[in-house]
Design a protein around this ligand. Structure first.
Ligand code: HPA
Ligand code: ZN
Length: 329
């Protein structure tokens, strides 16, 4: 088998800050970090004892603190792309919430411009997804992200879509009708994290808003009619197995529905979510699926083809990714 052209459609910038990247960002900005690697690593990744998405999300504080300047953001986008390239990724969609990078006075516009500058510094084919955040009192910030997504939106080579991230069990999807109504009106494609820490209704609400992909979607099966809808309408699910294991999206991984979804014809894609926080890579996610669920080479190829088709990119890129996948298997 030739080198596999991996595709990662669900990868958070702030969840991609590995030990080496953190040290480089800290040095660039004169920020002090724990000298001990083990101590730093424990602050940059999820503990095995993690019980929920809420606890998982606490791991983002340190990486976010390293990305509060233009330099920190530009360099992080460059370094994360370089790392993905080394790991065999051929096409990457990197997501981040501009509003989480404004703690030291940057505007969302400056954050996006800094990320776009970083994007140009690596030749890995990468697009950006701007996340809105599940929170309270940030309605203005979320609407601003939508306006900026519209301003910067391209078909390929920059900002290509929006998303909704954050604590799904605390801030339900039905609270975010307004920004997604606007996104739909503007014709901005969007995916939404749903059916991860909350149930099938969250996925239904996301699809009702007009989401064209679902982040995770693990719990879609709790509503069989909804699962049928997802199959019939070929809605891609961005599944992130190790993240789902760590956040306890299912209480027991033997109940993880990936085999069931594949057998029923769901457009499953495999993604990392937060490679640094989850201590994973895209290749490791596939290895895990092979070992744990006996996922075959044919199924792997199928999921990569699903990812190529689901990518927020132009038709020419999708066709060339599919061709590369076909020739790798
Ligand atoms: N869910 C919600 N928000 C996130 C996640 C996730 O899995 N990862 C990073 N931000
Ligand atoms: Zn995510």
């Amino acid at each position: 088998m030739k080198n596999i052209p991996y595709i990662d459609l669900h990868c958070h910038l702030d969840g991609s800050i590995t030990l080496d990247i953190a040290r480089k960002l800290a040095e660039l900005q004169n920020i002090e970090l724990p000298a001990d690697d083990a101590e730093l690593e424990s602050k940059l990744s999820v503990p095995e004892s993690c019980e929920s998405l809420n606890e998982f999300l606490e791991c983002f504080a340190l990486p976010c603190s390293l990305m509060q300047t233009k330099e920190g953001i530009t360099e992080s986008v460059r370094l994360v792309q370089e790392k993905n390239k080394e790991q065999g990724v051929a096409y990457l969609e990197l997501r981040f919430a501009p509003q989480k990078h404004c703690d030291k006075g940057l505007t969302q516009t400056q954050v996006i411009e800094a990320a776009l500058a970083g994007l140009k510094m690596c030749d890995l084919h990468t697009n950006l997804i701007l996340c809105l955040m599940r929170d309270k009192g940030n309605e203005k910030e979320n609407m601003e992200t939508i306006e900026l997504a519209m301003k910067y939106l391209v078909k390929d080579g920059g900002v290509v879509a929006v998303d909704l991230a954050g604590a799904e069990a605390l801030f339900h999807t039905d609270q975010f009708a307004e920004p997604f109504k606007k996104a739909k009106e503007y014709g901005i494609p969007f995916t939404i994290h749903a059916g991860e820490a909350d149930g099938a209704k969250s996925v239904r609400d996301a699809l009702d808003y007009g989401a064209v992909r679902i982040g995770h979607g693990v719990r879609t099966k709790e509503d069989p009619a909804l699962l049928e809808y997802v199959i019939k309408n070929k809605i891609p699910l961005e599944m992130c197995p190790n993240s789902n294991r760590q956040t306890k999206s299912v209480d027991d991984m033997t109940k993880y529905p990936i085999r069931e979804y594949l057998a029923k014809g769901v457009k499953v894609t495999v993604c990392t979510d937060d490679p640094a926080i989850c201590r994973t890579t895209i290749a490791k996610e596939f290895e895990y699926l092979e070992k744990k669920f006996g996922i075959t080479a044919a199924e792997k190829k199928n999921m990569l083809l699903n990812a190529a088709e689901a990518a927020f990119t132009d038709e020419a890129t999708k066709a060339s990714l599919k061709k590369a996948i076909e020739s790798a298997f």
